[in-house]
Every structure is written in structure tokens, then in C-alpha cells.
Ligand binder design. Sequence first.
Ligand code: PLP
Ligand code: COI
Length: 354
Amino acid sequence: MLDIKITRTTSPKAKPEGPLGFGRIFTDHMFIMDYTKGKGWHDPRIVSYQDLVLSPAAMVFHYGQEMFEGLKAYKGDDGKSYLFRPDMNGKRTNDTNKRLCIPELPVDDFVQAVKAVVKEDEDWIPTEPGTSLYVRPFIIATEPFLGVDVSETFMFIIILSPSGAYYEEGLAPVGIWIEDDYVRAVRGGMGFAKTGGNYAASLAAQVKAHDDGYSQVLWLDGVERKYIEEVGAMNIFFKIDGTVVTPMLSGSILPGITRDSVLTLCREWGIPTEERKISVEELLEAQKNGKLEEVFGTGTAAVISPVGKLRYKDEVMTISGGEIGPLSQKIYDTVTGIQLGKIEDKHGWRVEVK
Ligand code: PLP
Ligand code: COI
């Protein structure tokens, strides 16, 4: 149990009015905790949202030793605040930390810290449809040293951002570019970890896709460039001839919490599901035979995002006539319904912030 010291801001900001967008507005407070080798994690505190002072030699700037997480807080009709499966983010933090030689953090401390800072700024949780308070925990290596090594000091920080839809399209289907040149990650690399380097590696392809009018990139495996991996900020699902198929967790994709929730729901609804390798050829073939029924992405920021168009080299596949499919809609309604407390939460996924 952390003993969190709270120093409230003396100059609270005005709450935003109008469309929120994603990730550009920040609340009044943030959580910070330091790590020092030999001492462990120490000095957990909530302070006013502020800039950081770091040495220009801090290792995070040079070799990217850092991790981040993403989850959301929602306001229920009962006026209470809720998180969605925050323990899963805590567990994934430690999986990432192990890969990046960042000291682990007890899951209970992670969840306690998230709850504490959300509680402090719970009046910032937006309530317009499609909005929530996006929670961004992250850890950075702060030791000033230019050698390539494991930092001896770190900071764990949590910031909060009232946000709307991640994509400008909202729930309207997005166009996705299947990248056949650049790769994001390979097995044995750090694709399963939530660390900035994976996203830095994705930018060149994303710029190319944007220039061509596509929202995001769908990655292929790094070895054969044949099998589907995941999208820039979400996992990907296909409904092929009645079966819901998603790439298996092979070490090079992020084990999404929304992905896990969607698989659980589909199984409970009696829909056949498969976690396996899916080649682009299989998709093209299914599309030709009229069996590629729906495609959607899943993620905390992206929620459930229907895909209306998939481009691979010179081929452009239009999915569900460019509309949201019935299963994607049902999954969207159920996941957001559970998150907002409008649908019974049989799994204990919804966690009250108190
Ligand atoms: N894949 C990538 C690369 C992501 O950035 C995300 C977002 O967090 C996801 C998948 C979906 O993960 P989750 O559902 O846990 O948000
Ligand atoms: C999230 O969905 O929480 C993410 O971290 C994706 C991010 C790239 C916006």
C-alpha cells in the first residue's frame, strides 16, 4: 500500500468546452513516484500538473528506456467513477518492464496510484457520449549517463486527459493500409511491450498511409511479411464465414485488454473464435469469395473501430459495404455498455474509483 502525499493545485484550470479530440488537454494533477537503485520505489505523490525538469543526459532521451500504459475512467449514472480492468494494465506494465529492464511495480500499487489520481481529478471525467478520461501511466529512465546501460533511477508518472474519439471518424469505418515494406516488430524483439520505440518505428509507414488517405497501418509479420499482426494503436479482428479470427499472441503484437474482452464476449455468445496466423492471401481470398464479413480493431483509445477499407499493394478491399457490420456494432455496444454501467458486468471488469 502506497502512502501517497497529496499537494493540491492552487490554480485549478478551466474545464474544456466543445469537442475534446484525443490527448491534447490535461487535468489539474498528476501522480509521480521515484525509483532509486538500492532504495526501490519511493515518494509517491500527487502534485499539480506541471512540466518536468530532467537532465538533458537522462537516459530516456538517448536510448528510449521507457514504457507506457493506457486506460480510461468513466462516470457512471450513479455519479461514481469507474475504471475498466486496471489490474490488466498493471500486469502488462510488469511484462513490459521485464523486457526493458525497468524495475517492476506491484500491481496493487499501480492500481492504487491510478485510482488516487483519478479520484483527485474525477470532476474532469467528461460525460458526453463517446468521451472519457484517458489515463496515461508511464515510466522513464532518468539517470544522466550516455553509456548504453540500465538506468539506476526512474520516474513513474500518471497524467490524465479528457478525451473523445481517437480517430476523427468516430464510429464511422476507418481505412487501413496493409504495410508491405516497413515492419514494426519481430519475434524476440519488443512488439509485445508497450514502449515508445515500437511507436517511433511505426511513424514512417503511418505518414505514408496518411498521405494516401488511410487512418492507420496494419502490420505484417517481420520475417515473411505475409501474416497479419496488428494495427498502429489496436488489435485486429476479422469475421470470416461466421468465425471471428484474430492473430495469436506470438510475442510481436501487444496483448490488448480490449482484445481479451472481445474474445471472452464472443465465446460467451457462442460465436466460433480462432487465435491463429492469418495471411493476407487468406483475406484476399475470403474477400473474393464474399466470406470476409467484417473487420474491426480493438483498443483502449480506439475502443471498437470498424474497418471499411483495407489496402494491400494495388488491391483495395471494401468491407461490409464500407458500413459498420452488425457484430462490430454489437461488440461496441456491449463493451461501452459495460464500461459505462449500462449493461451488467458479469466479469467484474468495472472497478470503482474510491
Ligand atoms: N496494439 C497496439 C499497438 C496498441 O497501441 C494498443 C493500445 O493500447 C492495442 C493494441 C490495444 O490494447 P488495449 O486493448 O489494451 O488498449
Ligand atoms: C491506447 O489505446 O491506450 C494506446 O495506448 C494507444 C495509443 C497509441 C494511443
